[in-house]
Design a protein around this ligand. Structure first.
Ligand SMILES: [Fe+2]
Length: 283
């Protein structure tokens, strides 16, 4: 992808065969980054206080500090109020990679969401199941120094800094749980529509505030290039309408030319609920 890393889940029906070469071994043979191979959870992941804090090398904390400071400098006047408040609520600082258990405790106090530590890119069913249970799947490893501007794989800067602040907002938090519940039961074209809706809200969403247009999407807010581009004249912004959003084409390899803006996060959860009912996706 051009900027950042936005693939939180991957749709695939292929299953590893017993005795066959593992997906990781095959990826290595084919020159594919093994971090981009979706994984099934082989059991319940550790949640909240059960998540151990890794013994990060100094370089990992330096990379966190660099990324955190670089994004935070760009965010005033660009990031939405709810996102910036979320960074404070979670207690994120540039000092070091925050412990997932601390973020989970602060998130739980705000909205009842907790954090589950996952090993990397997940198959979509595992991903949706966690969301449906108000558990946010997060990695705990960070990109290397050579990938500060771009990484094709999930990492904790995108998961923590990009996604977690919005999960301290009650309306967004309710929307995301509902999204998981609906996506878990959706099939075929409906899954694709939901993936598109995820893209234009959770990853690339904008919100119209009294002071002007602001960003809340994790794919934009964790990427240096996208955050500058998203509010520029190069982007056409449409009002949020789920029927319109799900038909919008997008290209994950380039900066986004079309985005959608909410009026409020209540509009997101209410609009999504109405849309899923109208499509028979919510019983
Ligand atoms: Fe993401």
């Amino acid at each position: 992808m051009k900027e950042g890393d936005f693939s939180d889940f991957v749709e695939t029906t292929s299953e590893p065969e017993n005795g066959a070469v593992s997906a990781y071994e095959r990826a290595a043979e084919e020159g594919i980054d093994p971090r981009c191979i979706p994984q099934h959870l082989d059991g319940p992941p550790p949640v909240g206080d059960a998540i151990a804090y890794p013994d990060y090398p100094d370089l990992d904390n330096e990379n966190w500090r660099f990324l955190f400071n670089r994004q935070m400098e760009l965010l005033p006047g660009r990031a939405g109020e709810a996102f910036l408040r979320g960074v404070e609520i979670l207690g994120m600082t540039p000092e070091r990679i925050p412990p997932l258990r601390d973020l989970s405790r602060n998130m739980e106090a705000a909205t009842g969401w907790r954090i589950a530590r996952i090993p990397g890119l997940l198959h979509e069913k595992d991903f949706f199941e966690l969301l449906a249970n108000r558990l946010f799947p997060s990695t705990d490893y960070i990109r290397g120094t050579d990938e500060l501007d771009y990484t094709p794989a999930p990492d904790c800067f995108h998961d923590m800094f990009g996604h977690m602040p919005m999960l301290t907002n009650p309306a967004f938090a309710d929307f995301y749980q509902l999204f998981g519940q609906v996506a878990l039961n959706a099939k075929g074209a409906d899954r694709t529509r939901l993936e598109t809706l995820h893209w234009f809200t959770v990853e690339f969403g904008l919100i119209q505030q009294a002071e002007g247009m602001r960003i809340f999407g994790a794919g934009i807010l964790s990427s240096k290039g996208e955050v500058v581009h998203a509010l520029s004249d190069a982007v056409t912004v449409h009002p949020f309408d789920p029927d319109r959003v799900v038909e919008q084409e997008y290209d994950v390899w380039h900066l986004q030319p079309v985005l959608f803006a909410l009026e409020s996060f209540e509009q997101l959860v209410d609009g999504f609920r109405s849309w899923t009912r109208s499509k028979g996706l919510l019983t």
